[in-house]
Design a protein around this ligand. Structure first.
Ligand SMILES: [Mn+2]
Length: 715
């Protein structure tokens, strides 16, 4: 047995660390593999003025400036060792000529290149993804499944759609119920209850459905793990079409046809489908086979909601179909979606992936968390507007209740954590028997954000058992941590960012000890605080409607295609005020640019420095018919202003703007002047010393590029 020691942890500062993006300059691998000699005796452009630069050449000893001229080093630390990243993630090259026939502004182009979209072809494929390929070529069992469903439609057979109580499972169910109803079958929804049944199809449900005369089961968003239930279905002579996107177990249950993303060919654009994506593939193929196209718009609307709500990656066919489908949501023919938009207050403005994820999905999910999922299926299948509105109001009620529960639990949990003062556990594990397990996952996510460490919240399941939701910050693998403690757990599962387990109450203390050991080791390795990694510089002056429209071309944003995180250098804080609810509102100015910024649930210091660097996402804020672009602040720090300090391994360099160029001084007082290279690329070089033998030295060039980036001179 492994034993874990729990080292005492120093309190973590709330200040996040910043990591600037890799410069868009190719750096040869040799930089990584061999420790380069410093610029050397014959450093180009060395100027004697004001320096004591005679003998003390740049050497391997850490450089420290001496004398009173010591510049004020900001806390800025460019990626401490820019080379290391390249071992796993080569810095994208300088944009090839003609790689931007799309008219994208420089910050967006830089962002795309850092995300790996380097060629014109790749960028084109992102802005306008290719149509989905023929699904039958990617799903071997699709024809078999369609044939069986056609038969059911012909004879008006009773078909059960066996879904799940989350938004993905409920939209999948509604999608197939809608398509089958239209095509003549007699579909019924069969979703287990979170409270009474737990996840997935069970034996009792199968027996009940069989008793009611159902001859065909279609599972959506679950099924591959329901071996017992499906063995029972087989014994009762029921046909089963399995559609699921959860991990395939070693032993599959019996089935007539299986649609699963993992069964598509390697690299298939269908690999990222959620449950509702599979339901859409099946519904679409069936409707086509039966010569009906009309009902498919409704199915596509549901596809959009379920895919975003389930946090499926927005790439491949997901991206293509969302780009096609999202604009139609506003005018959806589904009465339920219209009603839901109405109660959510989405009347004005377009519906984008964000409004689906943050407005519509929570209202649907709240029902699955606290109530009967059948309500959502009814809402999303009814044609009656009055009924739809009534059901949407019920969703709204559950959502309000969900919000209140979350707030109460969060307040309790935060109080428990803060009672420990500076001695917070590396792994926050909190248990209260009265907490509702339908919502503890949401609260756990908020605590991860607040305390930047893994969190497990436990609620009672009865019989001396507790059930937990686990959430973890990027870099800590929750699933691996649970696996390492499997001998203490009754049940566990999940993926790196989120998981769950069931445990006996008497085991909780030991479990917490072990998890603390794992998290402490991870925290120690990761360093203190969270890390902010802005992707591209965006000067405030460039923020206008035209930039916003260009940014919209990269939508939809979500999982695997996050909304860009920009940063801006040396912004003047013109105004700051605290809003009700603990939010911070700032007015920032930079050159001609002036913009409103808001930091939701601000945890940092009350008062901000006069000049800040800000990391932010750009949002279009609609308020009472007016639209205004504003920054959503992710991090703030005091700006180094005109002069910043870069650290390269053991050496320090002081860098500042110098006219259109920049000036770099090392610890020996030697200075180097760089200027913007001619041409469209955002490159600084040592043109002033073009003749010097070391003017193209990779170490110097990358140093210059890092400095230009840190000073906010290039995107
Ligand atoms: Mn799902």
């Amino acid at each position: 047995m492994t034993s874990y020691r729990i080292p005492a942890l120093a309190p973590l500062p709330t200040e996040p660390r910043w990591q600037l993006p890799a410069p868009l300059l190719p750096k040869p691998r040799s930089l990584v593999q061999q420790e380069l000699a410093p610029p050397g005796q014959k450093q180009p452009g060395t100027r004697a003025k004001g320096s004591r630069g005679k003998a003390k050449r740049a050497s391997d000893v850490p450089e420290t400036p001496d004398g009173a001229s010591r510049p004020q080093a900001s806390q800025l630390e460019a990626s401490p060792s820019p080379g290391i990243r390249e071992l796993t993630e080569p810095a994208p090259g300088v944009p090839a000529q003609g790689a931007n026939p799309f008219g994208l502004p420089a910050p967006l182009l830089a962002l795309l290149q850092r995300r790996g979209f380097v060629t014109a072809e790749a960028i084109g494929g992102l802005l306008d993804p290719p149509p989905a390929p023929e699904p039958a070529d990617h799903f071997a069992d699709l024809a078999k499944a369609v044939a069986r469903l056609r038969q059911a439609c012909k004879v008006a057979e009773a078909v059960a759609i066996c879904g799940d109580y989350d938004a993905d499972g409920m939209t999948s169910t509604a999608l197939l119920v809608g398509v089958l109803q239209r095509l003549g079958a007699k579909p019924q929804a069969a979703i287990p209850s979170r409270q009474e049944d737990g996840y997935g199809l069970n034996v009792a449900m199968v027996e009940r459905l069989h008793g009611e005369g159902v001859g065909l089961l279609v599972t959506v968003d679950n099924g591959v793990a329901a071996r017992d239930a499906l063995l029972r279905a087989q014994a009762l002579g029921l046909d089963v079409i399995l559609t699921d996107h959860h991990s395939l177990p070693d032993e599959l249950p019996p089935f007539l046809a299986l649609l699963h993303p993992a069964c598509t060919p390697e690299g298939s654009p269908y690999r990222g489908l959620a449950g509702v994506g599979l339901a859409y593939v099946l519904g679409q193929a069936l409707a086509r086979a039966m010569g009906d196209q009309q009902g498919l718009a409704n199915a596509r609307d549901l596809f959009c909601i379920g895919t975003i709500a389930d946090m499926a990656p927005l790439v491949g066919v997901n991206r293509r179909w969302l780009m096609d489908g999202l604009p139609g949501l506003k005018g959806s023919a589904l009465a339920g979606l219209q009603a839901l938009q109405q109660v959510a207050g989405l009347d004005d403005g377009p519906i984008d992936a964000g409004s689906v994820g943050f407005q519509l999905a929570p209202r649907i999910n709240a029902v699955g968390r606290l109530g009967d999922p059948q309500l959502v299926v009814d809402l999303l299948t009814t044609a009656d507007q009055a009924e739809a509105l009534e059901l949407a109001r019920a969703c709204e009620g559950y959502n309000r209740q969900r919000r209140e529960l979350c707030e109460a639990i969060e307040a309790e949990a935060v109080a428990l954590v803060e009672a420990d003062g500076d001695q917070k556990s590396p792994f926050l594990l909190l248990a209260q028997t009265h907490w509702h397990h339908g919502v503890i996952g949401i609260v756990a996510s908020r605590l991860v954000e607040r305390f930047s460490r893994p969190v497990a919240l436990l609620a009672s399941e009865g019989d001396g058992r507790l059930r937990a939701s686990v959430r973890a910050p990027v870099g800590f693998a929750a699933d691996q941590a649970l696996k390492a403690c499997h001998d203490l757990l009754i049940r566990y599962g999940g993926h790196p960012a989120a998981g769950g387990f069931t445990v006996l109450a008497e085991r909780v203390a030991e479990l917490h000890g072990r998890l603390n050991g794992l998290a402490a080791a991870w925290l120690q390795q990761r360093g203190e605080g969270s890390i902010v990694e802005p992707e591209a510089l965006l000067p405030l002056e460039q923020i206008d409607r035209s930039f916003w429209h260009q940014l919209q071309r990269l939508e939809p944003f979500g999982i695997a295609m996050p909304a860009p995180l920009f940063w801006s250098h040396a912004c003047e804080v013109v105004d700051q005020r605290e809003l009700r609810g603990g939010h911070l509102q700032l007015t920032l100015a930079q050159g001609e640019g002036r913009v409103r910024a808001i930091a939701w649930r601000w945890q940092g210091p009350k008062s901000q420095p006069a000049v800040v660097d800000v990391a932010f996402r750009l949002r279009n804020n609609r308020w009472q018919g007016e639209e205004r672009l504003q920054l959503e602040v992710v991090a703030l720090r005091a700006s180094g202003g005109e002069e910043i300090c870069l650290q390269r391994r053991q050496r320090l360099y002081w860098c500042r703007r110098h006219g259109d160029g920049l000036l770099i001084r090392n610890g020996a007082g030697e200075e180097l002047l760089a200027s913007r290279a001619p041409g469209p690329d955002q490159v600084f070089d040592l043109t002033p010393w073009a003749d010097h033998p070391q003017a193209s030295h990779p170490y110097l060039l990358s140093l210059v590029q890092d400095a230009a980036m840190a000073l906010g001179l290039v995107a």
